[in-house]
Design a protein around this ligand. Sequence first.
Ligand code: IMP
Length: 183
Amino acid sequence: MDASQIPGELTHVLHTEAQIAARLDEVAAQIDADYAGRTPLLVGVLNGALMVMADLSRALTIHCEQDWMAVSSYGAGTQSSGVVRILKDLSGDIEGRDVLIVEDIIDTGLTLAYLIQNLSSRRPASLELMTMFRKPEAFKCPVVPKYVGFDLPDEFVVGYGLDYAGRYRNLRDVGTLSPSVYS
Ligand code: IMP
């Protein structure tokens, strides 16, 4: 679906499908150059990174492999606690591999801080991070992505893999959710 098909559910569209595709081509060109002659292992974080993984990997002109992890924060509430449980681990060994984590959005960065620590202990040759979106809060955390699609305002956004209550992941654009949806 696109924004025009859900009238009243978004207050505004931040990035359209076309803008996202154009930015992903630019990021993919950087990754092509940085990993020339190597075959990076792209590690997607389920479920949000599904769209970016699909589009980024196809925009690359170098070979890559893909694997997935699913994690969940411990504790109730909407705030990330930084304590993470692995729901699905990687299918393969990453020792000696050039690993590039592919993430949908960094907010507090707590989930990723845990993931990076966990994956570094498996002795990859290199470990870098690509995130499609980054919120202002992310600048306070030590996790520094090498590749960033777009910086976002500090608002709750949906679309392009990002959900609210399980919905909107299949929205082609990224937009700010209207308060009428959750109030
Ligand atoms: P962090 O540990 O605070 O960086 O949490 C990042 C995770 O929170 C992301 O992978 C998303 O699943 C979720 N998240 C953070 N901000 C948003 C948002 O604006 N919309 C949808 N999900 C979000």
